[in-house]
Unconditional design. Sequence first.
Length: 373
Amino acid sequence: MTEFHHRITATDGAARAGTLHTAHGDVPTPAFMPVGTAGTVKAMTADAVRATGAAIVLGNTYHLMLRPGAERIAQLGGLHRFMDWPGPILTDSGGFQIMSLAKLRKLDADGVTFQSHLDGSTHRLTPARSVEIQHQLDATITMVLDECTPFPATPDDAFASMQLSMRWAQQSREAFRPRDGYGLFGIVQGSIYPELRAESVRTLVGIGFDGYAIGGLAIGEGQATTFAVLDATVPHLPADAPRYLMGVGTPDDIVGAVQRGIDMFDCVIPTRAGRTARAYTSRGVFNLRNARFADDAAPLDDVCACPACTRHSRAYLHHLFKAEEMLGPMLLTWHNVQYYQDLMRGLRSAITDRRLDAYASAARAGWAQEEPS
Ligand SMILES: [Zn+2]
C-alpha cells in the first residue's frame, strides 16, 4: 500500500525539491511530464522515454475516449499496460482539448457536448463522466473537469468561468473513487486577476484535493503575466501538496516557475519541436533544417548523453530532415525529452544544494549563445 504523498526534502527560496509517492512509483520533483497524447509519446518507444529519466507521463482523455475508447483500454488492462508504461500517469480531464479540437462544442452549466474531430460523432463530458473515464484508464493522477478561461477575459467573465470550474471541481471530487496511491488534483482558475485566483484556491482547498494545478495560463498572456499570476497564486496554496503548472513551457518558463514554487509541468514543446527540426540545447534553440549545419561534424549538444548527441553529427541530423527520413523526428524528439529531463535533474540538485539562482543564471547564459533560427 502506497499513500499518495508529496515529501519535500529541500527548499531554496520559494522553490522545493522532493518526491511524489504514488501507487505506480515515485516521481522526483520538480518533474516534467512528457505528453503521451494518444497512448504514446510521439516518435518514442516507452523504453526510450524511460531512458531519459522521465518518471511520469501525461495521457489525453479527449483523444483516448474517442480512440480507442476508455472501455476498450480498461478491458485491455488499463493505460499502463496498454502503452507499456507501468509508472505513474497523469490524465487531463478532456475539457481543454474539447475546446481546442472538437467541432460544434457547446458548454452548459453541467458539462460540454461536442462532436469528435475524427468522425463527427456526438459525445458529452460532465465532471462525473470525465472522472469515470480517467478511472477506466487507471490514471494515477486524475484531473477535475474545468473550463480553461479564454485569454483575455473581463473580470466578470473570468469570475463566472471560475465559479463554473469550482462547481465542477466539487462534482469531480464527489465522483472520484479514492484508491491507495492514486490522487485527484483541483485546478485553480481566475484568469489574470489575483483576487479571483485567491478565491479559487480557497474554494479548492475547502473541497480538499491531493494536489493543485494552476490552469488558464500559457494561452497567450506572455511570460511576465504568467509569472505575475504565479506570484499572486502560489503563496495561497498548501505547502505540502504538489503544485502543477499546466501546459508550460519553454526551458526558461520552467526555470522561472520552479523559482516560484511549482513542482510539476507538462508541455508538447519538446516533442512537437523535435518533429519540426527544432532542438532545445544547453546553448539555446537550433533549427536543424538550417543549411549552416550541412557540413557541421560537431554533436548537437556536447553535454547531452542521448543517442542523437553521442552517436551522430549535426550534419547527419540536418540530412535526415532534408531527406524527410523519420529517424530525424525520432532522434530529435529523444534529444528534446532528454534535454528537459536533464534540466529538471539540474534544478532538483540545485535546489538541494541551495544554489538555484546561480544555476538559473548559468542556464540562461548558456541559452543566449545560440540565436533562435
Ligand atoms: Zn541529446
